[in-house]
Design a protein around this ligand. Structure first.
Ligand code: DC
Length: 227
C-alpha cells in the first residue's frame, strides 16, 4: 500500500443485480465512506405510484410525485441484509420496494426526464460532499462526471438472474428463474435504450465483468485501484 489519498468520490454503475450494492457497501465500509444506493430513490417513487394506483404512463403526474416525495436514506438500522434504511414520510419501506411488482415497473418511471432531474439533483448534492461510494446507472456519466474513480460492474443476464433468484429464495420468497431472467433482460433493454441518461459505462470507467469472480475478488480488484 502507498500513501496516496484514496479517491473521494467513487461512482459505481452497472446493470441490475451485477453486485454493485454488495461491492459498494463493503467498499464504503473499508474506506469509512457514505454508501448511497441511488436505485432506492427510483424504487421509492415507483412503489408510491403503485400504492396509489396511479397510471404509470402519466409522466406529468409521476414527475410531480418524484418532486414532492420525502425520501430519506439512512445507515441500516437492522442486520437483515439491507444496505440502508429507506423511509417515506417516516415509514420504513426498505423491503416493500424490493418486490416483483416494483422490479417490473421501476424502469418505466426512471426513464422520465423530470423524475431523473428531481432525483439526480438530490443525489449530486449529497455526492459532492465527498467520501462517498455512490451506486446507480448514471453516476459516472451524468450525476457526478467529476468522480475520482468510476467503476462499471457488469455480469451476464443469466448470472445476474441466478443471483436475484438465490437472494429471493434465501429470504424465503417464491421465485422462478426463467421469469426473473426475462425481467432482467427487459429491464436492461429499457435502462440502456432510454433517451435520458441511458445505462452505459463512462469513457473513463474501469469495466469489471464479475461472471467468473467472487464478491471478494471483485472487492480486491477495486480496493487495489483506491490505494
Ligand atoms: O439498482 P436497482 O435495481 O435498485 O435500480 C432500480 C431501477 O432504478 C432500475 O430500473 C434503474 C433505475 N436507476 C436509474 O435509472 N438510475 C440510477 N442512478 C439508479 C437506478
Amino acid at each position: 500500500m502507498t500513501n496516496k489519498t484514496p479517491p473521494s468520490i467513487i461512482a459505481l454503475d452497472g446493470p441490475a443485480a451485477s453486485g454493485k450494492s454488495t461491492l459498494g457497501r463493503t467498499l464504503a465500509d473499508a474506506l469509512g465512506y457514505l454508501f448511497f444506493d441511488t436505485g432506492v430513490m427510483y424504487r421509492a417513487v415507483a412503489w408510491m405510484a403503485l400504492q396509489r394506483d396511479m397510471n404509470l404512463q402519466d409522466e406529468a403526474a409521476i414527475t410531480e410525485l418524484a418532486e414532492k416525495a420525502q425520501i430519506d436514506i439512512r445507515p441500516p438500522s437492522k442486520p437483515d441484509g439491507r444496505s440502508c434504511d429507506v423511509t417515506l414520510g417516516g415509514r420504513d419501506v426498505t423491503w416493500d420496494m424490493r418486490n416483483a411488482e416494483v422490479d417490473a415497473n421501476v424502469s418505466v418511471i426512471s426513464a422520465y426526464a423530470g423524475v431523473r432531474k428531481a432525483l439526480s439533483a438530490q443525489q449530486r448534492r449529497i455526492g459532492l460532499r465527498g467520501k462517498v461510494v455512490m451506486v446507480g446507472r448514471d453516476i459516472g456519466t451524468v450525476v457526478l462526471p467529476e468522480a475520482d474513480l468510476k467503476i462499471y460492474l457488469d455480469a451476464s443476464p443469466q448470472e445476474r438472474a441466478r443471483r436475484r433468484y438465490d437472494e429471493l429464495i434465501a429470504r424465503g420468497e417464491k421465485a422462478d428463474y426463467e421469469d426473473i431472467l426475462k425481467r432482467v433482460v427487459e429491464r436492461d433493454r429499457i435502462d440502456s435504450t432510454r433517451a435520458v441518461a441511458p445505462l452505459r459505462p463512462a469513457p473513463d470507467a474501469v469495466v469489471i465483468n464479475s461472471d467468473e469472480l467472487t464478491a471478494e475478488q471483485v472487492f480486491d480488484r477495486v480496493i487495489a485501484l483506491c490505494k
